[in-house]
Write a protein that binds this ligand. Sequence first.
Ligand SMILES: [Zn+2]
Ligand SMILES: [Zn+2]
Length: 356
Amino acid sequence: MAPKSCALCKKARAMLKRPKTGQQICRDCFFFVFETEVHNTITEAKLFSPGDRVAIGASGGKDSTVLAHVMKTLNERYNYRLELFLLSIDEGITGYRDDSLETVKRNQQQYDMPLKILSYDELYGWTMDAIVEQIGRKNNCTFCGVFRRQALDRGANMLGVDHIVTGHNADDIAETVLMNIMRGDIARLGRCTSIVTQGEDTIRRSKPFKYAYEKEIVMYAYFKKLDYFSTECIYSPDAYRGHARAFLKDLEAARPSAIIDIVHSGEAFEVREEVKATQKLQQTCQRCGYMSSNTLCKACTLLEGLERGMADAGITDRARKRLEAEGPAPENLRTIPFFRPTTTPGSAASTVEVAI
Ligand SMILES: [Zn+2]
Ligand SMILES: [Zn+2]
């Protein structure tokens, strides 16, 4: 049988079957459609303006490595005129993050982008290794997630960037939609498919891979021979997400469009005004100046629990009450350095520039 020719260019031999569409295409056409779809996502959502300084949240894993490569390619091909940076958070996980950071350092050379690494140790005085030593493996993902979010904003602020892009892909978003449905978290369900998020005083964040399939990201990295780190975090994974993930993989096997269909379903949900009204107003953390829906931000609450040897205090209300019953936080408590957004010089009240 003669080799099948590419369904797009009709010239070259088909080398792969596109996971998203089932089309049999050649390698060059795959690169081009993959990149063009990301470009379309970027332009349709008007993610950037010329001259923007953009940090790529880089973990050394496949998603962020492909993102760095594609952002560089599109920036040059379509003359976005963006100034690109790599921003990595060092959670302090021996045997995992130390190795993946070596990958990011090589990416810095390969892509010729400035790199900023900010560590939990530097910012919070705790590495994940030390946190897990105190709290065990049960809630460590809560600490890591809260600490990472704030660290990314602070790292971006140190770089003086306008915008952070992350490698979240369509599979990640579809999983989150499913999790929010299963938990009945309607407020989050309403927000989780947004391509751009921005809280008060925080830097604009977006997901250019929102419609990109994980399988295609892996394929892209493989055919482009990109240098990435593929080990999973050594501490316990998010078990609940694991269920959503397994379910999604089953759906995808039966019908590949399931992933994009779930993302579109998530986008189509309308959150009732009453639900929106129950969302707490954003304010600023009294202790560290970061945005928060309470007087103390989540990271400060978690850190206080760790410092006072009652790590649960940031997790359950009961433990929090127990901590409060012990009296106020000691004067010499270790705290997170006060956050002063550089994008709003002189005034914490003024807002960050609005999306176009
Ligand atoms: Zn082709
Ligand atoms: Zn705080």
